[in-house]
Design a protein around this ligand. Sequence first.
Ligand code: KDG
Ligand code: MG
Length: 403
Amino acid sequence: MKITNVKVLVTCPGRNYVLVKIETDEGLYGWGDATLNGRELAVASALEDHIAPLLIGRDPDRIEDAWQMIFRGTYWRGGPVLMTALAGVDLALWDIKGKRAGLPVYSLLGGKTREGALAYTHCGGEDFHEVEDEVRAALARGFKNVRVQVSIPGNVGTYGTAPGRSTVMGSTRPDMPYVEQWEPAPYLRTIPKMFEHLRVALGDEVELLHDVHERLNPIQASRLAQELEPYHLFFLEDPLRPEHKESFRLIRQHTTTPIAMGELFHSRWEAVPLITEQLIDFIRCDIGHIGGLTEARKIAVLAETYNVQTAWHGPGDIAPMTHAANVHLDISIPNFGVQEMVHFPEVTQEVIFGGPTFDNGYMVVSDRPGLGTDVNEAAAAKYPYERSYLPMVRRFDGSVHDW
Ligand code: KDG
Ligand code: MG
């Protein structure tokens, strides 16, 4: 079998996605996802102009060799754009391999270790009562694990709560970044109070998570993790930027709150020190930005060795192929922890279908050969790319902060 074509489809069914179709001379094809929010066209160009020509005529069965060729065979390697492009190719090749074998990808990865992947959903609100209501609704839908985020008084637009449009800073144009306002002091005062409210209102059984979104410095993160200890979080996510791995030692010295980290990693070697020093409890790389399943399963093995569990990133701005890859890996490894999930809107499912489904607290994939996902190309053509950006953050004094 030979690869005859690599097609890159940029489509906006609700939001932008970059999809990769690898076609073969035997009629089999595979779909991958190469979406990098806010930099979609950079990845599409990397694929079309630089990577696709290398793949034509190659045997799609040789995934590891293709991976090594794209990553290691080029002098300039790595970074979010190239690793997202590589993930798109990698997922499409695993999809073809599964279809060729007549087996779902989880079977190729060693077979099921569990029936479904424990899932968590997002709950956010303007105040503690709104968050509480959201959590109650999620529990009623079958969730056992929920991520909780609340608006910070005095700040404009808080990550994880209903999006607004800043009128005090930045532009209100929808094709330009929305600018949030954020200050660490009110955030640090508010979050422990939210957890206190939720534990009193909801009891101890529900598993609560929180995403710091890499906004704190080491001593702030250590203080927050320590103050959250009485509320027994399932995990505290991404407390620091990925540049500051040594600072995780400070957090560890101060708290037993479990720590999850890694959605911004685009290299296995970023994860290595956190895993081997056991500075985190959950590794949550994005399979779509770390180079695909081929790389994620190696990271999972490394994590297993050091008693670290997985919690692969599963937001709405990666396509259902990556969500499918998440669950195929989740249900075939021994050290799976939890899976972030989203419900894709109908307009997205009209274009990309066959992704994982939610069943009473767990994500499941079908037994269809490959990843199980497919694309309606005619429907995709109805939704052309629309320029958009992730939001930005500025402090009250106007200076740029990490979003
Ligand atoms: O592109 C950025 C988003 O995927 C990210 O902000 C979502 O932090 C996120 C999460 O935990 O889902
Ligand atoms: Mg996150």
